[in-house]
Design a protein around this ligand. Structure first.
Ligand code: MN
Ligand code: MN
Length: 308
């Protein structure tokens, strides 16, 4: 991790944060029952470009028991249903400086307290974040807040440190008081805090579907695959480097069948990583809120995704 953030980096983080915040607020009003997940994702991703950023990852739209890592597929026909709980997770980068933010929209009043538990957990957690504070202390605040609503945090999902072009930069901010986590917040670093609250057992498991991928640079392995597959790899790599992407972004340029086959090949050759959809184990409902927080070199805290 960088130990120092120069002014230019901070300005770009602030810009990414403002864009992410603006779009999160807009989408909370825009999303309606009957809309397709595709049109919502496209809307978000178009707005990111319009406001001068780039998507740091494909827009996650995770419904009900799906906690994270679902972005609409190219031929997705899913629509927003009445009685559902929807998490929208937005990632914006400006020159590699990433802001990551999420919100929950409910289409049934019976999920109001679940959403509120996650929202309040984030609000309180972000207040506690400061240079020198232990990650597990923030986890403790999240855990206690969510339990005060009689729900469970999702124990195996967590916040994370952020670096340039790296959404998950190695450090883990737990959603509970993890006694084995000895990390603490440091000046000159950026962190995403993201409590998840659940009506279920509080654990997610991998689903069968993969809608989000990232590439792994490996020239030796790249030379062993067909030239068609190499072309796709190079196209995606030139645009994304190792940032996440989704096949939906490439359907205009490549046939869907070719895309799916090649992604399977890249996964099997270790040239790509797949991020399976994460589903609550007991099929409980899940709410999520997220902010990105920057601690500058003098130890001052800036919540990047709440000022817009
Ligand atoms: Mn996120
Ligand atoms: Mn995140």
């Amino acid at each position: 991790m960088y130990d120092m953030l120069d002014d230019e980096a901070i300005q770009k983080y602030v810009k990414a944060g403002r864009i992410a915040c603006t779009i999160r607020k807009e989408v909370e009003k825009y999303i309606k029952v009957g809309m397709t997940l595709i049109e919502i994702a496209k809307h978000v991703e178009q707005k990111i470009l319009e406001y001068g950023g780039e998507p740091a990852f494909p827009t996650n739209i995770s419904v009900n028991s799906i906690a994270a890592h679902y972005t609409p597929e190219p031929d997705d026909r899913a629509v927003i249903m009445n009685n559902s709980i929807v998490k929208i997770d937005i990632g914006v980068h400006v020159d590699g400086y990433v802001a990551d933010t999420a919100s929950t929209i409910i289409f049934d009043d019976r999920y109001a307290s679940l959403a509120e538990a996650a929202r309040e957990a984030l609000e309180k957690a972000v207040k506690v974040v400061n240079k020198g504070v232990k990650f597990s202390e923030v986890g403790n605040v999240i855990d206690n807040t969510i339990k005060s609503y009689s729900y469970k945090p999702v124990y195996n999902l967590s916040g994370h440190s952020i670096d340039r072009y790296a959404i998950h930069a190695g450090e883990v901010i737990p959603n509970f008081r993890d006694r084995m986590n000895f990390g603490s917040f440091k000046a000159g670093n950026v962190y995403a805090i993201e409590p998840f609250a659940s009506t279920g057992v509080g654990y997610v498991e991998n689903g069968d579907t993969i809608t989000i991928y990232s590439l792994k640079w490996n020239p030796k392995k790249l030379n062993r695959i067909s030239s068609d597959a190499q072309t796709l790899f190079n196209t995606v790599y030139s645009e994304r480097r190792t940032l996440p992407f989704t096949p939906r972004w490439y359907v205009g340029r490549y046939r869907l069948e070719f895309l799916n086959q090649t992604l399977k090949l890249l996964l099997s050759q270790g040239l790509a990583i797949g991020y399976p959809v994460l589903i609550e184990k007991s099929r409980g409902m899940v709410a999520q809120y997220e902010h990105t927080v920057l601690i500058n070199n003098s130890g001052e805290k800036i919540i990047l995704t709440d000022s817009c």
